[in-house]
Design a protein around this ligand. Structure first.
Ligand code: 4AD
Ligand code: MG
Length: 442
């Protein structure tokens, strides 16, 4: 009987047995009549041991001459080894080469350091390296946990369109395209306006999909195409979605700790920082956050003063979030710096009933949300004041005409959360193929 096909991540259950692994040669060390090939199979890496005396000349030479990233089918016996990163090694018995990478045109990503531009140019190959693969597995867990939270808490997934007739978040950030008969269409910036309508149909809903921003920001937090998950709840206000946001984020972090501990080790993330993520999260008002920044400026802890009434810049968000060991919820920003659809605070109508969740360790905003304007007249005047085309928003105004209720929701950017959870410098490593201001290849 031939050896059963196994994966590296679950190889432990075959200890002492022969298995078949299907994968690629990641790296190899040789020492005289001994070879130490490292194989990867998409679930992890494992070191093989190839003693010439044991396997014979032919197999030994086949492996010895293999170049990095050649594809192989390997059989070998699984042996526990406490020094091995995965806990196991493979005593190689046989190998079948599926495709040999030509030695005159080797795999471009060697194990030495490469510059970021080079790596991004070879992103289709870079994702094979252990750290990048680990990040993509964490991303997958975050996406699955995010959906799971809503699916198991009474939310119905309703997918909004990607092609839209108008802006949601701001007209300067729209990707425009030709539709039919001289009509224009725009790639969606957020599904929010549409899921407000599905929330009034179904009560608790969410959307999950790609969103697009044509903003010319060249920061480590901005992509032009990113994935957003957005819940929207009828008969809910700001306090309700703050409670939702903290439970939701905590669930996601717990799932990553549960499923990706090995990946976090490969990435080099301090898991104690993630274990600290527990409810309740601190809540501070915009005014309190401003006061913190004023104090910090006086004490020389930040370079530039924050002007009351302005939105927070990246360095401001970094400072604020660094004061806490878990995400901080900043609420009630000046209405003037926020979107047209946000409900004013009845206690102080110059403020919006909104929240931004700032991730710890200086990662900045990961969630933005608000209670929505529920009055027809107020919403109409807001649309006019923002110079938005009233005809395009007629259907959105209808929601305030037919059974309007207080409702609220938020959007969470997946890539920002992956960057925070994995401790990454830049969001470009959080998605298989990042789209940024100056890159759309590969
Ligand atoms: O704060 P934003 O713009 O909010 C909205 O779009 C609302 N309509 C959401 C809602 O209430 N349903 O974006 C929400 C989140 C941000 O907090 C951030 O995590 C992410 O989306 N985000 C980006 N991520 C990567 N690149 C960009 N350019 C992003 N812009 C926003
Ligand atoms: Mg925002």
């Amino acid at each position: 009987m031939s050896a059963p096909i196994a994966t590296i991540s679950s190889i432990g259950k075959y200890e002492g047995q022969s298995v078949t692994l299907r994968g690629w040669l990641y790296n190899m060390r040789a020492s005289g009549k001994l070879l130490f090939p490292i194989f990867r199979d998409g679930t992890g890496t494992i070191q093989g041991i190839v003693p010439k005396a044991q396997v014979g000349d032919e197999i030994f030479e086949t492996i010895k001459s293999l170049s990095q990233e050649s594809s192989v089918i390997v059989t070998g016996k699984v042996r526990a080894d406490s020094r091995a990163p995965s806990g196991y090694e493979l005593d190689v018995e046989n190998i079948e080469v599926v495709q040999r990478v030509p030695t005159d045109e080797p795999f471009p990503i060697s194990l030495k350091e490469h510059g970021t531009d080079f790596l991004m140019q070879h992103r289709h190959l870079w994702i094979r390296t252990p750290r990048q693969s680990a990040i993509l597995r964490v991303r997958a867990t975050i996406m699955r946990a995010a959906q799971e939270y809503f699916d198991t808490n009474g939310f119905t997934r309703t997918d909004p369109p990607i092609l839209t007739p108008n802006a949601c978040e701001g007209t300067s950030e729209l990707f425009e395209m030709d539709y039919f008969d001289d009509e224009k269409a725009y790639l969606t910036q957020s599904g929010q306006l549409y899921i407000e309508s599905t929330a009034l149909a179904l009560g608790k809903v969410y959307s999950f999909g790609p969103t697009f921003r044509a903003e010319k920001s060249k920061t480590r937090r901005h992509l032009t195409e990113f994935w957003m998950i957005e819940p929207e709840v009828a008969f809910a206000g700001l306090d309700d979605i703050m409670a939702l946001a903290e439970n939701f984020l905590t669930h996601i972090v717990h799932r990553v700790l549960e499923f990706n501990s090995q990946d976090l080790k490969v990435i080099g993330k301090d898991v104690a920082k993630l274990e600290a993520i527990q409810t309740p999260f601190p809540r501070i008002s915009y005014d309190e956050a401003h006061a913190m920044l004023e104090q910090a400026y006086k004490e020389g802890k930040i370079e530039h003063p924050h002007t009351y009434g302005d939105d927070f810049g990246s360095p401001d968000e970094t400072y604020i979030s660094n004061q806490f060991d878990r995400p901080v919820m900043v609420h009630r920003y000046p209405a003037a710096v926020k979107a047209f659809y946000m409900e004013p605070d009845p206690q102080d109508p110059t403020k919006a009933l909104c929240l931004d969740v700032l991730a710890p360790e200086g990662y900045g905003e990961i969630i933005g949300g608000s209670q929505r304007v529920s009055s027809y007249d107020l919403l109409k005047s807001r649309i006019e004041a923002h110079n938005l085309p009233l005809e395009a928003f007629q259907w959105y105004l209808d929601l305030r005409k037919y059974g309007s209720v207080p409702h609220a929701g938020f959007g969470m950017g997946i890539e920002r959360v992956v960057a925070w959870v994995c401790g990454l410098e830049h969001v470009r490593e959080t998605i298989p193929f990042a789209r940024t201001l100056n890159r759309i290849y590969p």
